[in-house]
Structures are given as C-alpha cells and as structure tokens.
Ligand binder design. Structure first.
Ligand SMILES: [Zn+2]
Length: 289
C-alpha cells in the first residue's frame, strides 16, 4: 500500500487511510447503508455503517469515515467500549482528526456552513482550523475543571464529557503523542498493536506495553497522567537570553511531558522541535539554536 500514489486515491478513503495507519482491513467489503437512525449522524456495525441525513458532503464523508473506522477498534481489535471508551471512540476520533488534516489541510472548521464568522467573533479567534473543534470540545469543561479522566467507564461520564473527553480530549492527546513520536514511530506502534492484538480484546496495559516496547521511551506522562487523570500540561517561558540563544522554562503543571518549542527567526522562518519533559516546579535552560 505504501507504493500507491495517495493523491490518486479518490474513493474508499476511510478503508485506505485506516489500513495505511493501523493495519490492513481483513474483509472484502464495507457497506454504508442509508437508513433511519435516531442516534445522530451514523452508527457502526461490523462491515456496515448506517448513515442518516447530513447537511453537506463533507459532513457525510466524515460520518462514513468515522463509523467505518470503528471496525478497526471495537470490531477487529475487539476493545470494550463500555469499560475503556478511549480505546475505541477515542483512538477512532484521533484517526478521524488525522484523516481531516491529511485530506483537507487548508480547511476551516464549519467551512461552508456560514458559522465561521460568528464563531470567530464569539471566541475572538481569527481562524478556526479543524483541530480547534477537538480542542474546544475538551477546553470547554477543562477550563472550569469540570473535565473527567479518560480512563473511566462510560456510565461514569456526564453527558457532555462523554463527548468532550472520550472523543475530543482523546483525539488531541493522541495527536500530541503522534507529534512527539513522529509519524513513522507512531505508525510502527499502532501497527504492532493491531497485528499483536487483533481479535484478542486488548486492555489498556496491552496498548501501553506495545508503545513502551516499540519506542523505548518513558511514556508514563501519557498513560498515567493524560489518560488516567485530569492533570494539565503547563510549561511557562520565564525568560529569553538572546545572546546565549536559550530560554528559561518552568513546569507550572502536573505533567512532566515532552513539549514542543517553535522558534521564529527573521519574522517568518519557523522551526519546531520537541524537548524532553521535566518535573513539576523545576526550571530548565533550553538551547534554541
Ligand atoms: Zn464513534
């Protein structure tokens, strides 16, 4: 599959990208059925997705892609959505975000629905990207500390948090891990996880063990903090030393995660690199080039 020209792939994109990023779809068909549905835009079943009405082609595509994607997680891997919703709905939503950013990198949130200007005015933003939808869904309750950890059973969530945490927070924390590890290493982990555990009902520890083994990195910050708690990543720049090209950074939060630094030189030369994390309340001097 890696040799195919991705630009030429027009149809069957959900099965194509989910197979490319997670491992091949093992069956010979996938069907989207236009049917009566009371549960929102779509509902997943093995090999079949039921779709209802969508307001626009983009919404229809993302619904089909999302529901098709469930086949990899609750279907083929066989994770338990009631006990560990983030392993199905959450990782699926990360793939959904990645799909949108891959296929429509220039797209604004709500494009074509006439709401972008209103949202920008309310939120004081200039441009809402697709990723902002996921961030806003999480921040809405995290901002007032009404957020809940990802490792809860489904019935323990408030109605809003089942969406804001399980779908939206999962998508952005997995995107964070993906950005830190890089595409190649992240994909290696997901493929190893899929190959090792398909049809075997993996638990959270099984996913964690694969990521630890494949990366050789300490990922406690991800699996202990971001998945199991509501701890927030919060690094602060205390000062910039231009002559020595260093910044002084303090960890103001509770998570010793890695974090990205973006340096802008000559007003438009941007470069981003990741720095390994350090403990809460510690300060560190970081070279920036
Ligand atoms: Zn879903």
């Amino acid at each position: 599959m890696a040799n195919l020209n991705i630009a030429l792939i027009k149809k069957h994109d959900a099965t194509f990208y989910y197979s490319l990023w997670n491992g091949d779809y093992p069956y010979n068909h996938m069907t989207a059925v236009d049917g009566t549905i009371a549960a929102g835009g779509g509902m997943e079943y093995p090999n079949v997705t039921i779709i209802g009405e969508s307001m626009m082609p983009f919404a229809l595509e993302t619904v089909i892609m999302h529901e098709v994607g469930h086949n990899w997680f609750y279907g083929i891997l066989g994770t338990n959505e009631r006990d560990h919703a983030w392993m199905d709905e959450g990782i699926n939503s990360f793939n959904e975000l990645r799909y949108i950013l891959t296929k429509y990198p220039e797209r604004s949130l709500l494009e074509g629905e006439g709401l972008v200007d209103i949202m920008n005015r309310i939120l004081g933003t200039e441009e809402l990207t697709p990723k902002a939808q996921y961030e806003l869904g999480y921040f809405f309750n995290a901002y007032t500390n009404k957020d809940q950890p990802l490792e809860l059973t489904s019935e323990d969530y408030s109605e809003f948090n089942y969406w804001g945490m399980v779908y939206e927070k999962s998508a952005i924390v997995f995107y964070y891990l993906y950005s830190y590890l890089g595409e190649d290493l992240f994909d290696k982990c997901m493929k190893k996880y899929y190959e090792t555990w398909k049809y075997k009902h993996p638990q959270p520890k099984d996913l964690r063990d694969v990521f630890q083994d494949v990366t050789g990195k300490d990922l406690d910050w991800f699996f202990d903090n971001l998945i199991k708690t509501t701890d927030k990543i919060d690094y602060k720049i205390l000062g910039l030393n231009k002559s020595q090209n260093t910044v002084k950074i303090k960890n103001m939060g509770q998570v010793n995660s890695p974090f990205p630094i973006t340096v802008i030189k000559n007003s438009n030369e941007k470069s981003t690199f990741w720095v390994e994390g350090f403990s809460a309340d510690k300060e560190a001097l970081q070279p920036i080039g």
